[in-house]
Design a protein around this ligand. Structure first.
Ligand SMILES: [Zn+2]
Length: 333
């Protein structure tokens, strides 16, 4: 082999290596940059609306559920984000009688952003749209539970649409799944998993958000935190990607204490991600922990920490965007 060929080979090797590094770096850097489209003012305004008395506590299957579902649907419609295939005008109907504690028809609201060269692989972002309704004249507004997750997903979707309109599209397909009936027994996510609108076998990850707008007693002196649950149960690589996005760009303190298999709180089983995890789909459940207003009529919009909710929303955006665009899907262990 002559020197020239060796030099050429070396140069080629370096080129490949640096190109690869650039590609890896670009995914999370771009994700972080695009996450800055998300605005605190908009999150705040939307959550004050969504958790107002006019929404009547958003009880699944009640005569008032439509107030929440129409609000979510109209948001996607106005932005030009498409309805997921198989929906009726963004609605996935769960007929009355499907589940014991549903007193009427209920609906999931599902929008999606199709991917480009890996469009058949799907990431589902989920949050429950329902809360506890009105009881004894008290409206349960559920600002944190789960107004925070609902509004987070809507703002993530809006930022992704804005990027797409500028020609920066996700490689994988992203589904924005607003499930109903969580408070009555994870009904909406159960129904979706039984009647998936995009194939579960191609669903590579579910990121579920349920309560991310508050600070619990454990973290009064360390507000810059978030509990992550389940992130390495099915794929260690998913946790690695999630940690990498955080450590590079957000530096939030991820708290994994609820990940212990014998944790008495059993949070892994207690929100909508479980209906994906039980089907072998890797999940991350994002959660701020419980607080004095949990499941009380005092879970109101004025108690939300908006800068923190916005930062957590950006972090989840960047994680989703990185997962949607990196070369490999998280490997199952
Ligand atoms: Zn909840």
């Amino acid at each position: 082999m002559n020197k020239l060929i060796i030099l050429a080979a070396l140069a080629f090797g370096f080129a490949c290596k640096s190109q690869q590094n650039v590609a890896v770096k670009d995914t999370s850097v771009q994700a972080y940059e695009l996450s800055q489209y998300i605005e605190e003012n908009e999150i705040k305004e939307m959550l004050y609306t969504y958790a107002s008395d006019e929404f009547k506590g958003r009880e699944a299957g009640s005569e008032f559920e439509y107030i929440a579902t129409e609000y979510i649907r109209d948001f996607y419609k106005d932005l030009g984000i498409a309805a997921a295939p198989g929906t009726q005008d963004y609605y996935q109907l769960i007929p009355q009688g499907t589940y014991s504690r549903l007193s009427g028809d209920a609906n999931n609201v599902v929008a999606y952003l199709p991917g480009t060269d890996k469009a058949d692989e799907v990431i589902v972002l989920s949050a429950h749209l329902d809360h506890l309704g009105v009881h004894n004249g008290k409206t349960y507004n559920g600002a944190d539970d789960d107004g925070s997750g609902t509004i987070a997903i809507m703002n993530i979707a809006k930022a992704m649409k804005k990027a797409s309109d500028k020609g920066i599209k996700p490689r994988r397909t992203i589904v924005f799944l607003h499930v109903t009936g969580e408070e009555k027994g994870l009904y909406g996510s159960h129904y979706y998993a039984e009647n998936p609108l995009l194939p579960l076998e191609n669903t590579i990850t579910n990121l579920n958000i349920d309560m991310i707008g508050r600070v619990d007693d454990e973290h009064k002196n360390d507000e810059d935190y978030l509990y992550l649950i389940g992130s390495e149960m099915l794929s260690k690589e998913l946790k690695q990607v999630s940690d990498e996005v955080n450590n590079k760009h957000f530096k939030m303190n991820f708290d994994y204490r609820f990940d212990a298999p014998n944790d008495p709180n059993r949070f892994y089983y207690r929100s909508d991600h479980y209906n994906f995890a039980k089907n072998g789909i890797p999940v991350i459940f994002y959660f701020n922990g419980t607080h004095d207003d949990y499941h009380k009529d005092s879970d109101t919009a004025d108690k939300i920490n908006y800068p923190l909710l916005t930062k957590r929303t950006k972090l989840i955006f960047a994680t989703a965007w990185t997962l949607a665009n990196r070369e490999n899907k998280p490997a199952l262990d």
